[in-house]
Design a protein around this ligand. Structure first.
Ligand code: NCD
Ligand code: ZN
Ligand code: ZN
Length: 344
C-alpha cells in the first residue's frame, strides 16, 4: 500500500549546532519542507541577529541538492526588550517566540522565572500577532513530575490567556488529556503540537525490563489514557492540532548516564512514526491535514505543493547514527522495525 501526501512541515524541532547540526539536518530535510527551529542552544538564541546567524549556519549545513526552510524562533527571557519583539515581527525569517519556564527542560536556565516579568513583551506580541510557543510545565519541585503539565495550565497558561485573550499561543508537545481538553476549549488563537513518541508510547516504555533512557523526554511520557486522548486529538480533524516532532538529539553517553538528558531522537523516521500512530487508529486519511496543512494554516504560511509517498513496508532502524565528534546518536526504535517507509 502507498499513501501520498503534500510534503509535511515540522512545527517543533531541535537541530542543535556545529557537527551535531550537520549530522541530524539531512534526516529532517529528507521529509519536511520547513521546520520551526527551537532556540535552546548554549547560549540561547535571544536576539534576531543571533537567529539570523543560526539560520545561516543551518543553511550552510544543508547537503547540496536538498531544500529545507528553517523557520527561526527567539528564546524569551525575563529581560527580552520590547524592541527585540518588534524587530522579530518585522523580520521575514523569525516566526515565533519561545517560552521556557526557567529550569523546566534542556537548556532552560535562561528561561522565564515569572511571566509577569514579560508583561510588556506579551502585550506587544498579542497586538502584533507574534505567536508564543510554550513549553508547558510548572517548575515547582514540589509538584509531581507527571502533573507538571496540568498544573502549568492552571497556574500559568489559563491566567495568561485571560490576560492576553487574543495572544496566539502554541502549546508545544502536549502530553495529557488535560492539555487536549484545554486546547479544544480555546478559541482560534490557541493550538498545540503533538510528537510521534507521545502518540505511540505511554510511560511504561521508560521502565520496560529496566530503565530505558532513550524513552525519557520532557514532558515525560504519561499514562495510557493520556496517550489515547492525544491520538484522538491528532486524528480528530480539529485543525488546531498539528505535527511537531520535538526530535531532540543527545549523544548516547549523555543519555545512558547516571543523570541522563531528556529528549527522544525521531527525525530519522518522523513521518513513518506518525503514519504508524495514525494507522493504529484507522485514521491514515487524517494524516495529511495534521502533518501538512494545519500548522501552515495556523502560522499563516502557504501550504507546500510538492508531495511525499509512504510505502507500507518493513524498514529497519539502525542501532546508531554518527553524531558530533565521534559520538553516537541512538534513534527511537534503534535496531527495530518500522511498518512504514518514506520513498526517496
Ligand atoms: C528538548 C531538548 O533536548 O532540547 N528535550 C526534550 O526532552 N523535549 C527540550 C524540550 O523540548 O523541552
Ligand atoms: Zn519543550
Ligand atoms: Zn522541544
Amino acid at each position: 500500500m502507498l499513501i501520498t501526501l503534500i510534503r509535511p512541515d515540522d512545527w517543533h524541532l531541535h537541530l542543535r549546532d556545529g557537527a551535531a547540526l550537520r549530522a541530524v539536518l539531512p534526516h529532517s530535510a529528507r521529509q519536511f519542507a520547513r521546520a520551526i527551529v527551537m532556540p535552546n542552544l548554549r547560549p540561547p538564541i535571544t536576539t534576531v541577529a543571533a537567529a539570523e546567524a543560526y539560520r545561516a549556519r543551518i543553511l550552510d549545513a544543508l547537503p547540496p541538492g536538498m531544500s529545507f526552510a528553517p523557520l527561526m524562533t527567539l528564546y524569551l527571557t525575563d529581560n527580552t526588550p520590547v524592541d527585540e519583539i518588534r524587530r522579530a515581527v518585522e523580520h521575514p525569517d523569525v516566526h515565533a517566540v519561545k517560552l521556557y519556564p526557567a529550569g523546566a527542560t534542556t537548556n532552560s536556565d535562561s528561561g522565564v522565572t515569572d511571566v509577569d516579568k514579560c508583561d510588556a513583551v506579551l502585550a506587544t506580541m498579542e497586538k502584533l500577532g507574534m505567536p508564543l510557543l510554550v513549553h508547558g510545565e510548572a517548575t515547582d519541585p514540589a509538584i509531581d513530575v507527571f502533573d507538571r503539565e496540568k498544573v502549568f495550565i492552571e497556574r500559568v497558561l489559563q491566567p495568561l490567556l485571560t490576560r492576553y485573550p487574543r495572544l496566539k499561543v502554541i502549546f508545544e508537545h502536549i502530553t495529557t488529556s488535560d492539555a487536549v481538553e484545554f486546547v479544544a476549549a480555546c478559541g482560534a488563537n490557541v493550538a498545540a503540537t503533538i510528537t510521534a513518541h507521545h502518540l505511540l508510547y505511554n510511560r511504561n516504555a521508560i521502565f520496560s525490563g529496566g530503565v530505558r533512557p532513550h524513552y525519557y523526554c520532557l514532558p515525560v511520557l504519561k499514562r495510557e489514557e493520556h496517550r489515547r486522548a492525544l491520538l484522538r486529538a491528532a486524528t480528530s480533524g480539529n485543525h488546531r492540532f498539528f505535527l511537531g516532532t520535538d526530535s531532540a538529539p543527545h549523544a548516547r553517553h549523555t543519555k545512558e548516564a547516571a543523570c541522563g538528558c531528556a529528549g527522544c531522537y525521531t527525525a530519522h523516521a518522523a513521518l513513518e512514526l506518525y503514519a504508524e500512530a495514525f494507522a493504529s487508529a484507522g485514521a491514515l486519511d487524517r494524516l495529511e491535514a495534521f502533518a501538512s496543512f494545519n500548522g501552515a494554516d495556523f502560522y499563516g504560511l502557504p501550504r507546500n505543493t510538492d508531495q511525499v509517498t509512504l510505502e507500507q513496508a518493513q524498514c529497519r532502524v539502525p542501532d546508531t547514527y554518527a553524531y558530533a565528534e565521534g559520538e553516537a546518536l541512538v534513534p527511537l526504535r534503534a535496531g527495530e522495525w518500522l511498518p512504514w517507509r518514506l520513498l526517496a
